[in-house]
Design a protein around this ligand. Structure first.
Ligand SMILES: CC(C)(COP(=O)(O)OP(=O)(O)OC[C@H]1O[C@@H](n2cnc3c(N)ncnc32)[C@H](O)[C@@H]1OP(=O)(O)O)[C@@H](O)C(=O)NCCC(=O)NCCS
Length: 154
């Protein structure tokens, strides 16, 4: 089940961050996100075990994906896709109309994932990443409120 991140998820997400990224979110920064009203972090867990998570912050019409990762043994089962689709369902209710992200230009699995979901390349940020230095591709998707939800919210 996909649920908002809670305190019990933090140490596992910090471990996944450290395993996947050269500049990881640490436990203290993740914990601060629990109090951040602009943040939405979603977690897919089995029992108590975190299989995957995605983190966002939004400001008015724009949300940024800050991080997304799936445990290596749980990949290619549609989990990242399910997390991103859940964001598309939840974020419009916060007024979000666009989701933007940066991705390493060489990260083929992630690029394939975002393209499959309809994210479009907006441009390149030269040397955006460190350790190792690499360009970032900026990608964006427009999202809109599910017509079924519209009537219920207004
Ligand atoms: C990128 C990542 C999040 C994808 O997670 P995942 O759960 O394996 O992805 P899904 O199973 O939901 O895949 C959905 C689609 O993405 C694409 N995709 C995912 N992994 C792929 C791969 N290794 N090779 C090619 N396409 C891939 C496919 O189009 C796939 O659809 P399909 O299975 O119908 O072909 C995962 O590989 C990961 O955690 N990588 C390390 C962290 C990372 O790079 N995060 C992204 C930072 S921008």
């Amino acid at each position: 089940m996909i649920l908002p991140m809670n305190e019990g998820n933090i140490s596992q997400i910090a471990a996944l961050e450290a395993a996947n990224f050269s500049l990881p979110w640490d436990a203290a920064s993740l914990r601060a996100e629990l109090e951040n009203t602009l943040a939405l972090w979603l977690v897919l867990a089995e029992e108590e075990r975190v299989l995957a998570y995605v983190g966002t912050q939004s400001c008015f019409e724009d949300a940024d994906i800050l991080s997304i990762a799936v445990l290596p043994e749980a990949r290619r089962r549609g989990i990242a896709e399910a997390l991103l689709r859940e964001l598309e369902r939840l974020l419009p209710a916060r007024g979000v109309e666009r989701i933007t992200l940066e991705v390493r230009a060489s990260n083929e699995p992630a690029l394939a994932l975002y393209r499959k979901l309809g994210y479009e390349a907006l441009g390149l940020r030269k040397n955006y990443y460190e350790k190792p230095r690499e360009d970032a591709l900026i990608m964006q998707k427009r999202i809109s409120l599910d017509p079924d939800l519209k009537g219920k919210i207004q």
